[in-house]
Design a protein around this ligand. Structure first.
Ligand code: PLP
Length: 400
């Protein structure tokens, strides 16, 4: 039997499955400990009411012969693509042609499926630490990516340099896991670099909704020249609580062409129409409702809720004198492990002493060896309890 042997080069478990496994094992040994997860990047706020109403209406339509719908357009209904174009125009002053927007079941699938439209021998570069999906989907294809490192030396915001020679460059902004965000000027350096080298940037904007400053770029298309070199992937997951509902979109500008004039937009549409049968009508109606003024109002309330959590985490870390970055334009805080621990040692230490589950930074790459990631996605009550437990550590010896 001939399998794709590249799969054997992957770690045995996906990072979050490993964290879940260790947490389960700990809970089995200590059933009385109340565990608080500040680890996985899943939302906890319920869907906006207007989204639920829209999905209920769509469901009712599906139950009547006259309004029933079967397969929809593989690339998404035009009214949702229109709503996204309008959102980009009004919120970020970015003009998109609706044909440039292709709806999907979320960013994770698109971030890996996009590789289908590139040459098998195309080279790829990405940050270390990084959202594991970029790396693992390339490893599955037998690629060995180049890395640029996010460290304290570059304020966790690596910029292009001559060592990066890849055809495809993944950028995540605001970054997962470090929670930091590029300025317009920094992002412009990446855009100029990609254009000069004729590389393509796959820009993951899944956390752009957390940016709290209009001077920072919410979309890469706010940067001059990005339409010639960047594909933007975005999602309703973190923004509108769609992690379990599933809806995202990828923007492939019409200007983005190979040197011999082949349109990447055409290739991506061709890929999707063959391999994907579209997102459900009900879900797309929900996503459309999320972008209405009422939807956006509810979304902003939910985002404010997570910001309050993450602010509390930052305050707690300040009190503990633990060093960290992120958590301002992001739900993530990237924390230097206290007491010279490695990431997994810190994971075990926090679990045993506080019942808090974090994500070990090394799971995102070698540069994360001395870091953990905490998130503001839990409930406020749980976050507050977690912070109280962390503060109680002040009275314990941290260097044991
Ligand atoms: N991109 C990043 C950086 C993420 O952290 C995540 C999920 O945690 C995703 C994309 C996946 O988003 P979606 O739920 O739309 O698949």
């Amino acid at each position: 039997m001939k399998i794709n042997h590249h799969y054997l080069n992957l770690p045995e478990n996906y990072l979050f499955s490993e964290v879940a496994k260790r947490t389960r094992e700990f809970q089995a040994c200590f059933p009385d400990v109340s565990i608080i997860k500040l680890s996985i990047g899943d939302v906890s706020r319920p869907l906006p009411g207007v989204v639920v109403q829209a999905m209920k209406r769509a469901c009712t339509e599906m139950g009547h012969g006259k309004t029933f719908r079967g397969y929809g357009p593989e690339i998404g209904y035009p009214w949702l693509r229109d709503a996204i174009a309008k959102h980009y125009r009004e919120q970020f002053q970015v003009e998109l042609d609706v044909d440039e927007i292709i709806i999907s079941d979320g960013a994770k699938s698109d971030l890996s499926n996009l590789l289908d439209i590139f040459d098998h021998n195309a080279t790829v570069a990405m940050c270390d630490p990084v959202y594991p999906v970029y790396l693992e989907s390339n490893v599955m294809l037998g690629r060995k990516p180049q890395f640029f490192y996010a460290t304290a030396i570059n304020n966790f915001l690596p910029l292009p340099d001559e060592h990066i020679t890849a055809d495809i460059i993944y950028l995540c902004n605001p970054a997962n896991p470090t929670g930091v965000c590029y300025s317009r000027a920094q992002l412009k350096q990446w855009v100029d670099f990609a254009r000069q080298r004729q590389s393509v940037i796959i820009y993951d904007a899944a956390y752009a909704c957390f940016i709290n400053d209009s001077n920072l770029p919410h979309s890469i298309y706010e940067i001059d020249g990005a339409r010639e070199c960047a594909i933007e992937v975005n999602s309703f997951s973190k923004m509108a609580g769609f992690t379990g509902v599933r809806c995202g979109y990828t923007i492939v500008p019409k200007n983005l062409c190979t040197s011999d004039g082949v349109s990447l937009n055409q290739l991506w549409r061709r890929r999707q129409t063959t391999k994907f049968n579209g997102v459900s009508y009900i879900v797309q109606r929900g996503a459309e409702a999320a972008l209405t003024p009422v939807g956006l109002q509810s979304i902003n309330k939910n985002l404010a809720y997570y910001r309050r959590n993450v602010c509390l985490i930052r305050k707690t870390l300040d009190q503990l004198h633990w060093s960290y970055v992120g958590g301002i334009h992001s739900p993530y805080v990237w924390v230097r492990c206290p007491g010279y621990r490695t990431a997994w040692e810190c994971f075990d230490f926090l679990l045993k002493t506080t019942g808090i589950v974090c994500t070990p930074g090394v799971g995102f790459g070698t540069a994360g060896e001395s870091y953990i990631r905490l998130t503001g996605f839990n409930t406020y009550a749980n976050t507050r309890t977690a912070c109280q437990r962390l503060l109680a550590l002040q009275n314990q010896k941290m260097h044991e």
